[in-house]
Design a protein around this ligand. Structure first.
Ligand SMILES: [Fe+2]
Length: 177
């Protein structure tokens, strides 16, 4: 791999190390590309959640400050889980902030958000996008014969769904009556 950006596109002939794992190289390279894309999105989502944790203001400050920190802790675990699945498959985990910044599919965070509900809405929208992408790749990973990565994506999407509920519960108070 050279250092130029073209050669570092994710999912294009991923660098792999020799391994005796019983998954074919072609499938491993493809799933490594998928995992590295999720790694970039997850690092981005983590930094956005911490940004909200640090900057939220208003009457609900303390509980949102704590909630966002708890969610960020869970997202940080996904970062490690995804990166280590890449390396278990013989891949090279593309885990720097600069790579995440370049390839993340998440919409930029609204840097003028201040009060609690602005941050809740901004995070909910990005967790929804992220959860949809991860869920979409459960089947893709299983089709490639990698049920372990499919399981990993299933676990993450279930956790994201729960944290999306924790966020959206703040927006649903006047609905359903
Ligand atoms: Fe903190």
């Amino acid at each position: 791999m050279t250092g130029n950006s073209k050669d570092m596109r994710l999912g294009k002939g991923e660098k792999t190390f020799s391994t005796s794992i019983d998954l074919p190289k072609k499938e491993r390279q493809e799933i490594i590309g998928v995992l590295n894309q999720h790694l970039a999105d997850t690092i981005d989502l983590y930094s956005m959640t911490k940004h909200a944790h640090w900057n939220v203001k208003g009457p609900g400050f303390y509980q949102l400050h704590e909630l966002f920190d708890g969610i960020a802790d869970r997202v940080e675990e996904y970062v490690d889980t995804i990166a280590e699945r890449v390396t278990a498959l013989g891949g090279y985990a593309m885990g720097t902030v600069r790579i995440a910044s370049r390839v993340s599919t998440l919409e930029e965070y609204p840097l003028d958000a201040t009060d609690g509900l602005e941050h809740v809405k901004a995070l909910a929208s990005r967790f929804s996008h992220y959860g949809k992408k991860v869920r979409g790749d459960i089947y893709r990973a299983s089709e490639m014969g990698d049920m372990d990565t499919a399981d990993l994506f299933t676990e993450i999407s279930r956790g994201i769904d729960k944290d999306l509920w924790f966020l959206e519960a703040h927006l649903q108070g006047s609905e359903g009556k």
